[in-house]
Design a protein around this ligand. Structure first.
Ligand code: PMP
Length: 358
């Protein structure tokens, strides 16, 4: 592995080196068993222990109360767009959604298949360059859905909405990156492939007290209750993705947990935004108070230099900074496993390129 590549990919994305080393060993010989982690039954004791540890570490790192159950499911965060309303929203009932971009929109579209959706606020008119501040959540809403970090536009909720209505959150791109009172939520989901592990597993933390309230028949595999009753082993789980997740969670705990990683994440984001704000060639386009610390989006003031800057970065072993096709420009993703050093290299590259072009 080329340790010098600075991996700013938006997801799947950079993983801690020690996780990759451990996983590569387990791929050949899992804990001295003479078999690969891919070759053992998911109901064998060694794998059951992996699943339990992943679930327990998630609970511990998020400091979840006893009403929560942690599951690792398949189908991506995208499946949660429909599994959430299928389990929580009866037909004829209303759920509130705040539209902060592409991913919220996909969640809204699926929820409409199950009940009424009240889009309480949207920043669409402003090309999603901020998080809406003015909204009222109807008290009869079954839940309020928010996307805590908007991977494509580079905006992030900095506080949890004040409401009595249970809150459901898609935390795919900022899970475990900052301290938050996770117990304020009713259900949290996240594809694990950005901050928690490898593609193939989706973390769902759900309050048991939210379940069993809809009258519809829910297919077994889509019913959270069945997954809870079966210890997140209703059927064959995504064994390797869960293993990588467990290793990543161990790594995070070793770093000092969420509070410690947040300090580093704050430093990384501050360093890059500071350069964007002071370098005359680059520009940040989202509202400052809503800037994401996970996905930093920016543009270059001379569009004809965009390609050249990307090429320059590539030469400097900086990868993954091309912006999403919907928002253009650049996007540097600063997930937990991205070292501060990579951001320093990025900032140096921006300074150098800007001087060269001045
Ligand atoms: N929500 C958010 C905020 C995301 O960033 C993504 C993926 N980039 C998704 C949902 C979709 O996740 P998946 O591909 O795991 O279905």
């Amino acid at each position: 592995r080329n340790m010098k590549v600075h991996n700013f990919n938006a997801g799947p994305s950079v993983l801690p080196n020690e996780v990759l080393y451990k996983a590569s060993k387990a791929l050949i010989d899992f804990e001295g068993s003479g078999m690969s982690i891919l070759e053992i039954g998911h109901r064998t004791e060694p794998f059951m222990a992996v699943m339990e540890e992943a679930r327990n570490l998630t609970r511990e790192l998020m400091q979840l109360d006893d009403d929560f159950e942690v599951l690792f499911l398949q189908g991506g965060a995208t499946m949660q767009f429909m599994q959430v309303p299928m389990n929580l929203l009866d037909s004829g009932e209303t759920a509130s959604y705040i539209d902060t971009g592409v991913w919220s929109n996909k969640a809204i579209k699926e929820a409409k298949l199950f009940g009424f959706v009240d889009v309480s606020a949207s920043s669409k008119e402003a090309n999603y360059n901020h998080i809406p501040k003015q909204y009222t959540i109807a008290t009869q809403s079954k839940y309020l859905h928010i996307t805590t970090n908007n991977t494509i536009y580079g905006t992030q909720w900095n506080s949890i909405p004040e409401t009595e209505v249970p809150i459901v959150a898609d935390m795919s791109s900022d899970i475990l990156s900052r301290e938050m009172d996770f117990n304020r939520f009713a259900l949290i989901y996240a594809g694990v492939q950005k901050n928690m592990g490898a593609a193939g597993a989706t973390m769902v933390a759900v309050r048991k007290s939210m379940l069993g309230k809809v009258s519809r028949q829910i297919p077994s595999i889509l019913n959270y209750k069945n997954h809870i009753e079966n210890g997140s082993m209703l059927n064959t789980p995504p064994v390797f993705a869960v293993y990588i997740t467990m290793l990543t969670l161990r790594w995070l705990k070793g770093q000092g947990g969420v509070a410690a990683i947040e300090q580093i994440n704050n430093k990384k984001a501050a360093l890059l935004y500071d350069e964007i704000d002071h370098n005359p060639l680059f520009r940040g386009n989202v509202a400052k108070e809503d800037r994401s610390k996970m996905n930093v989006t920016f543009t270059i003031d001379k569009p004809e230099l965009e390609e050249e800057f990307l090429k320059f970065c590539k030469k400097e072993d900086i990868v993954g900074i091309k912006g999403h096709r919907l928002s253009g420009g650049f996007r540097a993703s600063l997930y937990n496993a991205l070292p501060l050093e990579s951001v320093e290299v990025m900032v140096e590259a921006m300074k150098f390129f800007s001087l060269k072009k001045a």
